[in-house]
Unconditional design. Structure first.
Length: 124
């Protein structure tokens, strides 16, 4: 008998649905890329009328932050696609337990189960 530390494939409830999760993640990735392109064009296009302190510098700063956030989301989706490839998708990166199907339906790129995510510091 082999004493492998990796959980057996049947221990991961997401294993049977990896092709469906891949399709969802790929579509999410395409939308994210399109959004980054939109934001990039918006950063280069002067707005006709600025509100509040909507100087071009402030608008560019805001758009730059939005692009950075969108890129972070895209990287999370790419990491989830890598987990699909190595068949670890659906297993928590913290405790190794399965991530609930309900959580994966709402947050397809989820890296952590609800309990581990709740214990992580917020990025905001």
């Amino acid at each position: 008998m082999s004493s492998s530390s990796a959980p057996p494939a049947h221990a991961n409830p997401a294993s049977a649905r990896l092709p469906q999760y891949r399709a969802v993640l790929e579509e999410q990735w395409r939308r994210q890329v399109a959004h980054i392109i939109e934001l990039s064009y918006a950063a280069l296009t002067p707005a006709p009328d600025e509100s509040d302190d909507g100087s071009p510098t402030n608008t560019l700063r805001l758009t730059t932050r939005q692009i950075a956030a969108a890129r972070q989301e895209m990287h999370e989706t790419e990491a989830a696609l890598a987990r699909v490839d190595d068949r670890s998708y659906g297993l928590c990166g913290g405790c190794g337990e399965p991530i609930s199907t309900a959580r994966l339906e709402v947050v397809p790129a989820a890296r952590y189960c609800g309990a581990c995510q709740a214990g992580r510091p917020s990025r905001r």
